[in-house]
Ligand binder design. Structure first.
Ligand code: DGL
Length: 269
């Protein structure tokens, strides 16, 4: 009997939907319960204590369903709170740091790796440590990009948008100057900026998508689910359902169906 319980996925906002999209491609039989903490996004500018307390509530909410695993589809929570969350839960938790670091260590030819992420993620040093353990010869140039998350949440992700192009060029200039051959998009919001980033960095720089790598990791972890009932997608947010419904299509593409509900996440955990 295959395990038909859903997978729980959460993020501070909508960025984790990039992981949901990858899960739906790689694991099309799996049902997903997603929580986006849209009332409290961004997490990346907050203290480690606040990030942990929010993340505990996010996990507690998802665990109020009978789920089989949790994907921490938030770079900030993965870099800052994952060990504490793991210590408190017997359920498998898949973060984005280790899968993205493994992909970068494998893809890089020169060992010259760039990282863009939130302030909290860069400050934690988690990506740098994970890469150093895999490729001690690698050099990582890390850049915090705090203004990119609100831009992505507002759908400002397209080439030709001068504001996002200017921000990306400013943030990425040091990484380009460092000559990185691989760039980790260390926040799950950033895969939406792939085209703008690739246009600035050049097509030869490999981009690592943390949501995709976490989905691949999940695929290796789970028993394959047999085909059966169609999978279901349920989305929960802590702020406006209407706003989520307006923006979700950008992140999810054709997968934007499924129910959306509002939840008071602070009452969990
Ligand atoms: N998607 C989150 C991350 O991966 C967004 C960051 C934030 O809330 O600041 O880090």
């Amino acid at each position: 009997m295959s395990d038909r319980r859903p997978i729980g996925v959460f993020d501070s906002g909508l960025g984790g939907l990039t992981a949901v999209r990858e899960i739906s491609t790689l694991l099309p039989q799996e049902s997903v319960i997603y929580f986006g903490d849209t009332a409290r996004v961004p997490y990346g500018t907050r203290s480690p204590e606040t990030i942990l307390s929010y993340a505990r509530q996010d996990v507690a909410f998802l665990r109020s369903f009978d789920i089989k695993a949790v994907v921490v589809a938030c770079g900030t929570v993965s870099t800052t709170a994952l060990p504490a969350l793991e210590a408190e839960s017997a359920l498998p938790l898949v973060g984005v740091v280790q899968p993205a670091a493994e992909a970068a260590a494998q893809v890089t030819k020169t060992g010259n790796i760039g990282l863009i992420a939130t302030e909290a993620s860069v400050r934690s040093g988690a990506y740098v440590r994970a890469i150093a353990a895999l490729r001690p010869d690698a050099a990582v140039t890390a850049q915090a990009c705090p203004l990119l998350v609100p831009m992505v949440e507002n759908g400002r992700v397209h080439r030709g948008d001068r504001v996002i192009e200017l921000l990306v060029s400013e943030y990425l200039a040091p990484l380009k100057a460092a000559g990185v051959d691989t760039l980790i998009l260390g926040c799950t919001h950033f895969p939406l900026l792939k085209e703008v980033v690739a246009a600035f960095m050049g097509g030869e720089v490999a981009l690592v998508d943390p949501g995709r790598e976490a989905a691949r990791h999940l695929e290796r972890l789970l028993e394959p689910s047999s085909a059966g009932e169609a999978p279901s997608y349920r989305y929960f947010v802590s702020d406006s359902v209407e706003q989520f419904s307006r923006q979700a299509g950008l992140f999810l593409g054709t997968l934007a169906q499924g129910s959306v509900e509002k939840v008071d996440v602070a009452s969990f955990g």
